[in-house]
Design a protein around this ligand. Structure first.
Ligand code: UDP
Length: 449
């Protein structure tokens, strides 16, 4: 049996940004531990470091993609460009791999980041099964299908949709939560992209979502009805099922762990806005003084380039440094999963990226939310209104929010709920739990191809 499994090669197609590389490499690690051989195809841009993963085969493909495209921050045009530029090289790559195939190491399927939907067409071309991976909540899939449908049903403007508490056919999933993702203006580009994405999901043999069934039961049910030909696997949180690996594109500053070791339990607020969000100088200074005023110890990630048109960290003045002294630790990039697991950490001020949220709920850490774009506007609603394990930051009220999150009695219930949610996650990962079972089903599904 083991030998048989080893002969199954799974080819991954990555989307080259940190919040996607991490969960995809975690999923690859999980499948590798189940006996599958792994080939990771990735655009040259933001290449992962192969030496961190000697067990995988890495194949870079040309992407004709430039840093300048990324700096526009226009995700729609980034996704479109990657889909356009990578299809032909990926096709060639698969053709080559199929030529080299010996029957001990045949390609059993293509597992692709859902945003690299061209990979499904390539899979179809070679008559290989395609599996689409969603690295954001399952509910975001509904946006692609349900919204156009509602539009057809006469709900014309976004405001019109927002005014409804419930979508006519989305049961109790609040429309407002979904509409939050649509806060950005809908352009032709977005409509086209959504259609292409939905089309790839329809053709896929399976959809894997980095979520847990108990978190999104209802959305998962609807998605299964929407895409009856694909099997849906809620196999998250991937990082808990994968043995500890690092796929950081920036160097993790591990000095912050020794600093954390010197802090009291649950006293530190960890502050990070992930790999893409950026702020202006004014917001940086507000954050700095809010942290200073909160009187709590803090670990703050100020990523290079995070503060627009500015040197970032250098903006922080001597008087700020003197005020905080040893109470603050600032780094350019942290080993986040390790930080959130640390007993000194009692709160997470986050931009609400889905990975960050999963990593936080897995450790029972309540969140202070400051969403920026895309699914972050949906994720914040999950955190603050559905699971009630965090609060949304109101402008000018940093000190109060941090104290409520970490120490005030007012926040006690919220902190308890965060602990309870962690227990539910632990249950889903244990033998017989939903994520545990989902992983077994997924491995079986791939073996059945
Ligand atoms: N991360 C990290 N160190 C940091 C900040 C973030 O390792 O200092 C990791 C974090 O653990 C997560 C990923 O980067 O896995 C960010 O993904 P997320 O979905 O939260 O946000 P994105 O970067 O996609 O906006």
């Amino acid at each position: 049996m083991e030998m048989n499994q080893k002969s199954n090669r799974v080819v991954f197609m990555l989307y080259p940004f940190q919040g996607h590389i991490n969960p995809m490499l975690q999923l690859a690690t999980i499948l590798h531990s189940r006996g599958f051989s792994i080939t990771l195809v990735h655009p040259q841009f933001n290449s992962p470091n192969p030496s961190n993963h000697p067990e995988f085969t890495f194949i870079p493909i040309s992407d004709n993609f430039s840093e300048s495209k990324v700096s526009t921050g226009d995700i729609i045009s980034i996704v479109s460009a990657l889909n356009k530029n990578c299809e032909a090289p990926f096709k060639q790559c698969i053709e080559q791999l199929l030529k080299e195939d010996d029957h001990h190491d045949q390609i059993s399927c293509i597992v692709y980041d859902g945003l690299m939907f061209f990979a499904q067409s390539v899979a179809d071309h070679f008559k290989l099964p395609g599996i689409s991976v969603r690295t954001s909540p399952a509910a975001t899939i509904l946006v692609y299908e349900v919204f156009p449908r509602l539009h057809e049903q006469g709900y014309i403007s976004l405001l019109d949709l927002m005014s409804q508490d419930q979508a006519p056919d989305i049961e109790s999933l609040r429309l407002k939560e979904l509409a939050a993702v649509m806060r950005e203006k809908t352009t032709d580009g977005i409509v086209e992209l959504r259609a292409a994405l939905t089309d790839s999901l329809k053709k896929s043999s399976a959809i894997i979502v980095n979520t847990m069934n108990f978190l999104e039961q209802e959305a998962v049910k609807i998605i299964q009805e929407m895409f009856p030909a694909s099997s849906i696997f809620t196999t998250g949180p991937f990082h808990k099922l994968a043995p500890s690996i690092s796929s950081s594109l920036l160097k993790e500053d591990t000095n912050c762990i020794s600093w954390l070791n010197r802090q009291s339990p649950k006293s530190v607020i960890y502050v990070s806005f992930g790999s893409m969000a950026s702020i202006d100088e004014k917001e940086l200074l507000e954050m700095a003084w809010g942290l200073a005023d909160s009187e709590q110890p803090f670990l703050w990630v100020i990523r290079p380039g995070m503060v627009r048109d500015s040197k970032g960290m250098e903006l922080l003045t001597k008087s700020f440094e003197e005020r905080i002294g040893e109470r603050g630790c600032i780094v350019e990039w942290a080993p986040q999963k390790e930080v959130l697991k640390h007993e000194a950490v009692g709160g997470f001020w986050t931009h609400c990226g889905w990975n960050s949220i999963l990593e936080s709920i897995c450790e029972g850490v309540p969140m202070l939310c400051r969403p920026f774009f895309g699914d972050q506007n949906l994720n914040v609603r999950f955190v603050c209104d559905v699971w009630n394990v965090g609060l949304e930051l109101e402008s000018g009220k940093i000190k109060k929010a941090i104290r409520k999150l970490m120490v005030d009695r007012e926040g006690e219930e919220m902190r308890k709920r965060a602990k309870d949610l962690k227990q539910k996650v632990d249950m889903s990962l244990k033998e017989g739990g939903s994520s545990y079972n989902s992983l077994n089903d997924l491995a079986e599904k791939i073996l059945s191809f």
